[in-house]
Ligand binder design. Structure first.
Ligand SMILES: NC(=O)c1ccc[n+]([C@@H]2O[C@H](COP(=O)([O-])OP(=O)(O)OC[C@H]3O[C@@H](n4cnc5c(N)ncnc54)[C@H](OP(=O)(O)O)[C@@H]3O)[C@@H](O)[C@H]2O)c1
Length: 265
């Protein structure tokens, strides 16, 4: 299955809240769920998927290997633990959550994640939060054709152009995380004006802007209404002028920048 272009994020959501969010999302038609080992919610995501009764083959499920599990000894066992929590035999996509090159060499974890795919624990593999130099090193180990997506922060205020151009050049798909800038897009006058013109909301316009560039988007929401609106972003067609107007909002405004982050491009 190709990566569905609208997925449901689950960062920060725990316990009953994540069960409700995923259950509602699946009811509304989401068929792509994004979790991670570090989110501490894989078991709840798994429960919501099983309880939905939807065929496993219809849902695209991503998890991400946390930095503590990147060594050759830990990567596959940690993925098996994720599968147990998710109640799955295989995930669709496993990402290296953060590159962490100074602790475990890239060669070591790229070989291990490729082995996880070879052994059938994941259908595909990918990267998240890599710089172009680190991305190239990962490509040198497994080949660009093996990298199903590069998941990076992208929204109108951080467009990550260098990383996007590099991935495009290598033929690698991009997934935009935090596509709503964690709610900030709702307060932007340029996006709001375009939204009024289209009779959609600012959040929907921000998602459409990413989708129109060929990215998958994975907004999270705890509200049925917002989840539904976000799915409708597929129906919006922004003009070239509107795309260009939103592009002027670039502000290098990075929201996900923990101490483990690499030196960004
Ligand atoms: N790979 C990585 O390192 C990484 C890092 C960060 C995030 N991610 C992934 O990306 C996903 C998305 O990022 P995120 O959850 O941080 O931020 P986000 O999706 O940009 O924003 C989520 C926020 O926007 C609100 N919202 C959602 N839809 C809305 C709508 N239609 N109208 C108004 N408000 C709306 C939500 O509130 P309500 O709940 O009230 O709707 C929530 O507060 C994460 O859940 C995670 O799966 C990956």
């Amino acid at each position: 299955m190709n990566i569905p272009n609208i997925g449901l994020g689950t960062f920060r959501l725990k316990g009953q809240q994540v069960i409700d969010s995923v259950t509602t999302g699946l009811e509304l038609g989401y068929r792509h769920i994004d979790t991670a080992q570090i989110y501490g919610n894989e078991a709840e995501v798994g429960k919501a998927i099983v309880d939905s009764g939807i065929a496993r083959s219809e849902i695209f499920i991503t998890t991400k290997i946390w930095i503590d599990n990147l060594s050759r000894e830990k990567l596959i066992p940690s993925l098996k633990e994720s599968l147990e929590k998710l109640r799955l035999e295989q995930v669709d996509l496993t990402l290296v959550h953060w590159p962490s090159p100074n602790v475990i060499p890239i060669t070591e974890y790229m070989e291990a994640i490729a082995e996880a795919k070879a052994q059938g624990f994941t259908k595909s593999i990918g990267l998240s939060n890599f710089t172009n130099a680190l991305f190239q090193q990962a490509i040198d180990v497994v080949g660009a054709q093996e990298i199903a997506t590069h998941q990076v922060e992208i929204h109108p205020f951080l467009q990550n152009k260098k990383v996007v151009d590099f991935a495009r050049n290598k033929g690698v798909h991009i997934t935009a995380y935090m596509p709503l800038a964690y709610g900030k897009v709702m307060n932007d006058p340029v996006i709001t004006k375009i939204a009024e013109r289209h009779k959609y909301s600012a959040a929907q316009i921000a998602l459409a802007w990413s989708l129109q560039q060929g990215f998958a988007v994975i907004p999270s929401s705890t509200k049925r209404f917002n989840q539904e609106l976000n799915l409708q972003a597929r129906n919006i067609k922004l003009s070239d002028d509107e795309m260009a107007e939103i592009a002027t909002l670039e502000a290098n405004d990075r929201l996900a920048n923990p101490s483990i982050a690499p030196e960004w491009d």
